[in-house]
Design a protein around this ligand. Structure first.
Ligand SMILES: [Cu+2]
Length: 156
């Protein structure tokens, strides 16, 4: 239900309530005297509008949900080093090691396999780097400052 519909429903409820109240008072008029009215128990008309919880479903689109995959960089290397993701997914590298590291695409030192992936600078300990893979393929990567630490991102 949208706001306009709710407003119409509320107006209708008010109209119905007003009609029923006026029917009652006209009935009382035909019933006659004030004595009759005073013998009636007091009646309270409560107009209750049920408050409806409106939940708008956010994007039930058929698109595949984009994932974020985390890779931790430790003093022992990347963990996990090898992952498989889908096109459009992001990989977040967090530096949990004791030194700066430089995420870069293979091959060292030119980094031309997936040149956009090359951060071209160092991430200090505690820092992170998020990269969204938009090209399918098998992408080897490494720490440009510690070339023995390598991994592979397979993008499907
Ligand atoms: Cu390198």
């Amino acid at each position: 239900m949208n706001k306009k519909t709710i407003a119409i429903v509320v107006v209708l409820i008010i109209i119905v309530a007003v009609i029923s109240i006026s029917n009652r008072s006209s009935k009382n008029d035909t019933m006659g005297t004030n004595d009759d009215q005073s013998s009636l128990p007091p009646r309270n008309y409560t107009i209750s509008t049920s408050t409806e919880t409106i939940s708008t479903s956010t994007q039930s689109s058929s698109m595949v949900e984009k994932k974020e995959v985390h890779i931790s960089y430790t003093d022992q290397g990347f963990d996990p080093a090898n992952i498989t993701i889908n096109v459009g997914d992001s990989v977040i590298f967090t530096n949990n090691s004791s030194r700066g590291f430089w995420p870069a695409s293979d091959d060292h030192p030119t980094h031309t396999k997936y040149s956009e992936f090359d951060l071209k600078k160092t991430i200090e300990p505690g820092g992170s780097y998020s990269f969204t893979f938009t090209k399918a393929g098998t992408w080897g990567y490494h720490d440009h400052r510690e070339v023995g630490n390598v991994g592979t991102v397979i993008v499907k």
